[in-house]
Ligand binder design. Structure first.
Ligand code: DGL
Length: 271
């Protein structure tokens, strides 16, 4: 048993798709979330900058006595997981491993699509992980840099002509290639699930990396006997590097409920 909180972070709001799932699966766990809303997006930045920012995010989270850290960000998971794992004496989990496994299990025709930020696609992390376990699977990958700003600006609902046009343009090659599984390799993308699902069709399985990561974290903590004590109700606290007010308004969309918990702004450059 371990009553310490789980630290979760993302470049912005996308990681909340993983938090929602963690809260559903593990209602007894305390969660400390940091969203680097002042510096989002990370996805178009260099590897060095992403690692520097991720180290600061983790340094802030480690001011709390945590039992584990969840990198609820595709960009940081694909670019800085090794560094963060080596530098921390508590488990650090990212989104790649569980999503790659889920994609390999889901595909029937061996054609898997991967969409993510430029940094995620540049890393080749999914291709490497899938090739280890299932070298026969072909991975087709493309960056979708306009998806994060669309989502952060609330432009993700069915009928939004801009979002639908951008989705069609990015995903047309995947539909033509006949992928039967598409990894939404960025934690912002699940908000576009309806539009992406409509475009790709019902026979294509969409892998939500925040959700598969949360499932894996729940299993790890159970296996390690590191869940919080029985009968507890977990609490979540949110920290951001930009305005707390803006966060609460948009976060409710990601969490699909009002954010009543405390949201605090921090100066991330201090860490
Ligand atoms: N949520 C981040 C990810 O999963 C994307 C946003 C960004 O570019 O910072 O990759």
């Amino acid at each position: 048993m371990d009553n310490r909180p789980i630290g979760v972070f993302d470049s912005g709001l996308g990681g909340l798709t993983a938090v929602r799932e963690l809260q559903r699966l593990l209602p007894g766990e305390d969660i400390i979330y940091f969203g680097d809303t002042g510096r989002v997006p990370y996805g178009g930045r260099s590897k060095d900058t992403i690692i520097r920012y991720a180290r600061q995010d983790v340094a802030f989270l480690r001011t709390f006595d945590l039992k584990a850290i969840v990198i609820a960000c595709g960009t940081v998971s694909t670019t800085a997981l090794d560094v963060l794992t080596a530098e921390n004496d508590i488990p650090v989990w990212g989104v790649v491993e569980p999503a790659a496994r889920a994609a390999a299990q889901a595909t029937r025709n061996g054609k898997v699509g991967l969409i993510g930020t430029q940094a995620t696609i540049r890393s080749g992390a999914y291709e490497r992980r899938i090739a280890q376990g299932a070298p026969q699977i072909r991975v087709m990958a493309a960056a979708c840099p306009l998806f994060v700003p669309l989502v952060e600006n609330g432009r993700f609902r069915r009928g939004d002509i801009v979002a639908e046009t951008v989705v069609g343009e990015y995903l047309e090659p995947f539909r033509t290639a006949g992928v039967d599984t598409l990894v939404l390799g960025c934690t912002h993308y699940p908000l576009l699930t309806e539009i992406i699902g409509d475009y790709m069709g019902p026979e294509v399985t969409l892998i939500d990396v925040g959700r598969t990561c949360a499932d894996a974290v729940a299993r790890h903590l159970t296996d390690m006997d590191a869940l919080s004590g029985p009968g507890r109700t977990g609490e979540s606290r949110y920290y951001v590097s930009d305005s707390a007010e803006d966060f609460s308004r948009l976060a409710s969309v990601f969490l699909r409920r009002d954010v009543e918990e405390s949201v605090t702004q921090v100066d991330i450059w201090k860490y």
